[in-house]
Design a protein around this ligand. Sequence first.
Ligand SMILES: [Zn+2]
Length: 84
Amino acid sequence: MGCRARAAKAELLRVTVGSDADGHPAVVPDPEATAPGRGAHLHPTTECYELAVRRRAFARALRFAGKGPGLTSAPLAEHLGADI
Ligand SMILES: [Zn+2]
């Protein structure tokens, strides 16, 4: 996901669909890779994150088809220290 460069899973951060502080569906980091459900992997960098956002890759990779405001990736951005 993100830059699409191949990488070993150990170098990547797993993300899953969870909820943000307001209970809305959100992309959340799963650094221990223990959360249930479908996950996606990206480099734990703001560059890779921003590419994934620009490509709307999160909803696709996580097979998220919810209605309403959609999937926010703010919790992941915060985790990565991104400026979004
Ligand atoms: Zn990447």
